[in-house]
Design a protein. Structure first.
Length: 329
């Protein structure tokens, strides 16, 4: 399958539905792609843009044909009818937006369509949002706006109401493994892929965190069994390593989250890990923001992972089922 944009892993349902809408000429002019960062929403937006701008019809299964003049221009990043802006830190200004919208209001140079991909749209300023709204309200025919955002609650209701919304979920562990393997990260284990929590945002520190993974996993198992001696030693060692504390807590949270997800069939184990996940968030806050003795808070966290405490947790309002549901939503 030839494509003018990067290969995409995951999100098959949304991508197929988008192609179908485009093929049937039923694609709305304004779309909003949302979901946690690092899952490839922007790539899907660029793939759709390539489909819309490709000169070869009918549409291929993914992206453009890869060989026409439009696809060649897309690949080199010079297609005159594609406008991409990013509103993150040091991103596009209101003037940049105004300029892009002005160009979008002109006639297409080739193929008869124009596309705007507005990344990190939830960071757009109020002034910017108002300017954008005018364009969304009066779209020119064959002009498409694709907004990409992690936190849609930061977008004004007026913008939200103009856009058809598409949600993109976390990547699955096999999908993350596939992407990492393609990037040349050889021998990526399932555990290391699980560490990403379905997002490739913090991928650069994955190697460092993968080294901590086995240690953290075996300590959590010991804690679950109630092995006080191993738990005490780990808390001491981790608590005294100030520079590695943030990474360690990050891995701890991912490992506890994985334990929770994989114990969905076992109510009492799920109760323990759901409670531990809550505690892990408190631990991060206490140890990193409030500078409470890290060894003590780690000890408390690991102690709370003991299966023996299960009775106590099952009677607390943060029941495992509630948290599991929240994780799966
Ligand atoms: Zn093409």
């Amino acid at each position: 399958m030839v494509s003018g944009v990067a290969k995409i892993t995951g999100h098959a349902t949304q991508r197929q539905a988008l192609v179908q809408l485009a093929r049937d000429e039923r694609l709305p002019s304004s779309l909003l792609f949302s979901g946690i960062p690092g899952t490839g929403k922007r790539l899907v937006a660029l793939e759709l843009a390539a489909q819309l701008l490709c000169l070869e019809r009918p549409f291929g299964p993914q992206g453009g044909c890869g060989s026409c003049r439009a696809c060649a221009l897309l690949r080199s990043g010079n297609h005159p009818d594609l406008h991409t802006l990013a509103f993150g830190e040091n991103g596009a200004t209101v003037d940049d937006l105004r300029e892009a919208l002005e160009k979008l209001s002109l006639k297409p140079f080739m193929g008869g369509r124009k596309v705007a991909v507005l990344n990190d749209a939830d960071n757009i300023s109020i002034v910017g949002a108002n300017i954008l709204l005018k364009s969304l309200e009066e779209p020119r025919p064959e002009t498409f706006y694709i907004l990409v955002a992690a936190n849609t609650s930061r977008l004004p209701a007026t913008i939200l109401s103009r856009c058809q919304r598409w949600f993109f979920d976390r990547l699955s562990v096999p999908e993350v493994q596939e992407i990492l393997a393609e990037r040349g990260a050889v021998a990526i284990t399932e555990s290391a892929a699980a560490l990403t929590d379905g997002s490739l945002l913090d991928i650069d520190s994955l190697g460092e965190r993968a080294e901590l993974w086995d240690d953290v996993r075996s300590t959590l198992e010991a804690a679950y069994r109630g092995d006080v001696s191993k738990v005490g030693k780990a808390a001491q060692a981790w608590g005294s390593d100030k520079s590695g504390l943030r990474a360690r807590l990050d891995v701890l949270r991912s490992a506890i989250r994985q334990n929770l997800l994989s114990s969905a069939h076992d109510r009492s184990a799920a109760a323990v890990w759901a409670h531990a996940l809550q505690n892990a968030l408190d631990t991060e806050y206490l140890a990193l923001d409030r500078h409470v003795n890290p060894t003590l808070v780690l000890l408390q966290l690991l102690d709370s992972c003991s299966a023996a405490h299960v009775q106590r947790y099952q009677s607390t309002p943060n029941s495992a089922t509630t948290i599991l549901q929240r994780l799966q939503d």
